[in-house]
Each structure stands twice: as C-alpha cells, then as structure tokens.
Design a protein. Structure first.
Length: 114
C-alpha cells in the first residue's frame, strides 16, 4: 500500500485517488472521503469550467483537464473547502467515506467562524 504523498507536479494516475476531509462545524462533524481522477475532473468541470467559479490564480487556466496535476487539483479542492491530505494508490479495503463526530465547540465560536 502506498503512503499518501503530498501534492506534486506530476499528472494524476487513473489508479490514484485524492484523499480529503472537510469540517461541518455547525454539526461538529468531520467528513473523510476520497476522489478518483474521474470524480476530480467532473467536479472541476462542474464548478469551475461550466459552473462559473473563477479559476484559482495559482492554476494555469490554459491547461486541459488531462493536464492538471495533483497540485492543481489540491488548489481547486481547497477553494471548495476541502483539506487535501494526499494522493495514494486506490485500495478498496482502505478507501471508504466516513463521517466522524468531534468534540463540540461553544456557540460563540461557531458564530464567529460562520
């Protein structure tokens, strides 16, 4: 099994997945998930290319979907609120979506961050 690697300048292999998490603060939940190359392409196309969200300045807007690197996808997904933890070879026994409750914060903290 490959260890997650930080985003790099290489293209994304069909057998690799991007591992992510995001926090749903008002419900005190952390969602852990992964995206395949097809998922990543579909999301970037839907939100940024067709959906009208601006392409992040750090990404070369002349690239095609096939030319995007792990670093590029990390930037796109960060714009959508995800924390990218790494890219690794897909493992059907390891890669599942999880939702985990975490200790709550006070309402004042939630209102400040909202």
């Amino acid at each position: 099994m490959d260890n997650p690697s930080p985003a790099n300048e290489n293209g994304v292999s069909e057998s690799k997945v991007m591992e992510v998490f995001y926090m749903e603060r008002k419900k005190n939940l952390m969602h852990i998930d992964y995206f395949t190359k097809k998922d990543m392409e579909d999301i970037v196309e839907s939100f940024f290319i067709k959906g009208g969200l601006p392409i992040p300045l750090e990404v070369d807007e002349t690239k095609t979907l096939n030319q995007l690197t792990e670093k590029d996808y990390s930037i796109f997904f960060k714009e959508l609120g995800y924390e990218v933890t790494g890219f690794t070879k897909y493992d059907k026994d390891q890669h599942h979506s999880y939702t985990v409750a975490y200790p709550g914060s006070t309402k004042d903290e939630d209102e400040i961050e909202a």
